[in-house]
Design a protein around this ligand. Structure first.
Ligand code: MLT
Length: 424
């Protein structure tokens, strides 16, 4: 295999180095392309373009492999805690017991949120989407936790991990007309979130270990996914030396889109619509194939996975497990399984690589855990936070330049100004 690529055009030959990653991925380094040839490349949506070299997450779209710092998500989802995985992603190694205890204590020390941030929150209407509220509050952290009280990036990393779950619950409590709960540092990370979400001052609230364990698994499965849209946003915003809070807030906004993290909310709404319409999955499979139907099967297919999304396989098994443990019989799960069965055996979907992705089953578990639909993408953001942080930290540590893509101009060529009186 050669260690350079040759390009020949305009009668000239050019050579560009080929780099090889630790998993034998190949890339043509075109850093000198424009200087040497005057040409740029163009790749709408960057499907063939690497933005960086990263040591955080490896995924193989053909083989359905996903590893965080070399550990498979199957093992991590089964054996690790979400905070262990957060530490692994951010600092590069699984923590020793001392490191883990210190990390957990640091986070517990910072779970409380400045009371003046609640005044910002109170200004939002009750029906504001929780993702918009969350991105605004995270951005507001720049005002409360940097500047003259500037903390180091490591302190701001702890503050984000500690405070985002607390702030995420405020929208839900407001939507219920219930008082917000303060964090309870005697609980683990996932149990603390559930307690802040569902505890009421009128009675003691006991976190169900089945629910907490399911949440732990879901957050791990969402923790990172190399250079996806929201992570690329975090890196791009951070490359201008914008603060960690501003970068993460931008990532939350990118994730909110229905083509990205918003898909898990779209999936459940689609499944509920099918259920409300009698649950005839064959009808909707036919509609999905009919371009004129205007119906799109949400939660199927993926930009990088060609055969299956490994996270969907784990979540599907967990959905069965959690619902049976909780004694939940959700007809929407049966509809989801019928859709999946049909899609996996129908040539139309097989040919188009349309199989369940991470969003297809996650909403069913979140629903079983009592999480409302409009909070599903917030759950994705809480899971993805350590991945965003890790990627931002790596970009800064590697002193990567400000991101500034090029373009090919296709607009009007040079022309003179015409006075308004003479315009036709
Ligand atoms: C993600 O986990 O970010 C989604 O699967 C989207 C992606 O990776 O492009």
């Amino acid at each position: 295999m050669s260690d350079f690529a040759e390009l020949t055009f305009d009668g000239k030959q050019y050579k560009f180095p080929v780099i090889t990653g630790t998993e034998n991925e190949k890339a043509i380094d075109i850093a000198k392309l424009r200087d040497e040839t005057g040409y740029i490349t163009i790749d709408s949506g960057y499907k063939n373009t690497g933005a960086t070299k990263s040591a955080i997450t490896f995924l193989d779209g053909e083989e359905g492999i996903l590893r965080y710092r070399g550990y498979s998500i199957e093992e991590l989802a089964e054996k690790a805690s979400f905070l262990e995985v957060a530490y692994l992603l951010i600092y590069g190694e699984l923590p020793t017991s001392e490191q883990y205890a210190a990390f957990e204590d640091d986070i517990k020390m910072h779970t409380i949120v400045n009371e003046d941030m609640r005044k910002i929150f109170e200004g939002f209407p009750v029906n504001a989407h929780p993702m918009g509220v969350l991105s605004a509050l995270v951005c507001a952290m720049s005002a409360f936790y940097t500047g003259e009280k500037a903390g180091s990036d490591d302190l701001n990393i702890i503050r984000l991990l500690a405070k985002m779950p607390s702030m995420a619950t405020w929208s839900y409590k407001k939507s219920q007309g219930h008082p917000v709960n303060y964090p309870n540092n005697s609980l683990d990370y996932c149990s603390n979130f559930l307690n802040m979400m569902f505890a009421l001052p009128v009675a003691a609230y006991q976190v169900d270990p089945v629910v907490s364990a399911a949440l732990n698994k879901l957050l791990i499965l969402h923790a990172d996914h190399e250079q996806n849209c929201s992570t690329s946003t975090v890196r791009l915003v951070g490359s201008s030396q914008a603060s960690l809070y501003a970068s993460i807030s931008a990532g939350i906004n990118a994730l909110s889109g229905p083509l990205h993290g918003g898909a898990n909310q779209e999936v459940i709404e689609m499944l509920e619509d099918i259920k409300a319409d009698g649950g005839d999955t064959d009808k909707y499979i036919a509609m999905a194939k009919d371009k004129n139907s205007g119906f799109r099967l949400m939660g199927f297919g993926h930009r990088v996975y060609k055969n299956f999304d490994p996270r969907a396989r784990i979540i599907k098994k967990a959905a069965d497990d959690v619902l049976s443990k909780l004694g939940v019989n959700d007809p929407v799960l049966e509809i989801a399984k019928k859709l999946e069965e049909a899609a996996l055996n129908d040539e139309y979907f097989v040919a188009r690589k349309l199989y369940p992705n991470v969003d297809f089953y996650s909403g069913i578990i979140y629903r079983a855990l009592g999480i409302p639909t409009n909070m599903f993408t917030v759950m994705f953001a809480i899971g993805r936070l350590p991945g965003w942080i890790a990627q931002w930290k790596e970009m800064r540590a590697n002193k990567e330049p400000i991101g500034r893509p090029r373009q090919v101009y296709v607009g009007a060529t040079a022309r003179e100004y015409v006075d308004v009186a003479n315009r036709k």
